[in-house]
Design a protein around this ligand. Structure first.
Ligand code: FES
Length: 101
């Protein structure tokens, strides 16, 4: 487990999502209410791209069938998804957002 550089902090305004290719996976860097979170970019229902969804409070909505996930915990908060998405620790190092994989 090590922190890897993901994206510049200035590229993720509040209420937005930025997808990053990190090692063998796509990670969605989300910013909500001034806090930064990192989750797997693939919806657990049918692999919808979560970075194309909308953030509402601390939830992100999948653009395909409107499942929702809590970006703080990965929990599925609305169907049709049932399984959570993976979450990753994040930190800000200077201008960079780093994700622990
Ligand atoms: S793929 Fe995300 S809700 Fe179906």
């Amino acid at each position: 487990m090590a922190f890897v550089s993901a994206v510049r902090a200035s590229d993720v305004p509040d209420g937005s999502v930025q997808v990053c290719d990190l090692e063998d996976r796509e990670v969605a860097i989300c910013k909500a209410n001034g806090q930064i979170y990192a989750i797997d970019n693939l919806c657990t229902h049918d692999d919808g791209p979560l970075d194309q969804g909308e953030i509402d409070g601390f939830e992100i909505e999948c653009p395909r069938h409107r499942a929702r996930f809590d970006i703080r915990t990965g929990e599925a908060t609305r169907g049709p998804a049932i399984m959570p998405v993976d979450t990753y620790p994040v930190r800000v190092n200077g201008e960079e957002i780093e994700v622990e994989l």
